[in-house]
Design a protein around this ligand. Structure first.
Ligand SMILES: [Zn+2]
Length: 260
């Protein structure tokens, strides 16, 4: 079978055998896939720039007959982000973004807009450093791009019908991921209360470009509310917590600001 190339981002790489690596890639033209990189730990020539986490580059791939694992014949990662490994904050956010994409995207499902969103997120992370607000914008854009975006502005059940003729901010809402997001109290059967401020912040972040996110300065408690609300939506879709979340939580606890 013929080789083909695609822009790709390294989501994961694990060593196998003497010198090989199994790499999970998010290909712009292929979606998520796994490939065997023979001799990757020895060949600087075929794997320029390495296969580090979140390296952006061009992958040269070959399908193998009756085998799910492709062969990664080469990876030119020279357009990778130099500063991503510069500090633990950048690394933690990159690892989280990679794990999130890995868990939320189905294998071999082409998602070009999601690919571009991740590439843009990594570029700003590299350039400006970690930002909790940017991470919220990324999560919302990713969820929305995959059709998992929560309903925030209106009630997910009655579409806000019960709020008609009233100031929407005066209507109490609950947050119920099982039913798609915000649910007005008239429709609510479960979930937990969510403040009007948290819903307003989520709505604002859902519209914000990634490049503007690091100039935002959300109060720590409001950021926490938004983070938890989105984590519930994410957990609902992947059915369990992410490994990298724990790492970010530890970093936040260690830093004075508690920002993640
Ligand atoms: Zn309702």
């Amino acid at each position: 079978m013929a080789s083909f190339s695609t822009p790709a981002i390294v989501l994961r790489a694990v060593n196998t055998g003497e010198a090989d690596r199994i790499v999970t890639l998010f290909g712009r033209d292929t979606g998520r896939l796994s490939a065997l990189a023979r001799g990757a730990r020895k060949s600087q020539k075929r794997f320029a720039g390495g296969l580090g986490l979140c390296t952006v580059g061009v992958a040269l791939l070959r399908e193998r007959a009756n085998v799910e694992l492709l062969t990664l014949e080469g990876f030119d990662g020279t357009v990778g982000h130099a500063a991503l490994g510069a500090d633990v904050g950048r690394m933690a956010h990159a690892a989280y973004a990679a794990e999130l994409v890995s868990k939320l995207c189905a294998p071999r499902q082409v998602e070009r807009a999601v690919y571009d969103w991740l590439a843009e997120f990594l570029a700003y992370l590299d350039l400006e450093g970690a930002s909790a607000e940017r991470l919220r914008v990324f999560e919302l854009g990713l969820l929305g791009g995959l059709g998992f975006g929560p309903v925030i502005a209106t009630c997910a059940v009655c579409a806000g019908a019960s709020t008609a003729g009233r100031d929407a901010s005066a209507v109490a809402f609950r947050w119920d991921p099982d039913r798609g997001g915000a649910v007005c109290v008239a429709c609510a059967r479960g979930g937990r209360p969510i403040s009007a401020a948290a819903r307003a912040a989520l709505l604002h972040f859902a519209e914000l470009p990634l490049g503007a996110a690091s100039r935002e300065a959300l109060p720590a408690d409001l950021n926490r509310d938004c983070r938890e609300a989105l984590a519930e939506i994410i957990n609902h879709h992947i059915g369990g917590p992410l490994k990298s979340v724990e790492f970010i939580a530890k970093l936040s606890a260690a830093s004075s600001g508690g920002r993640s």
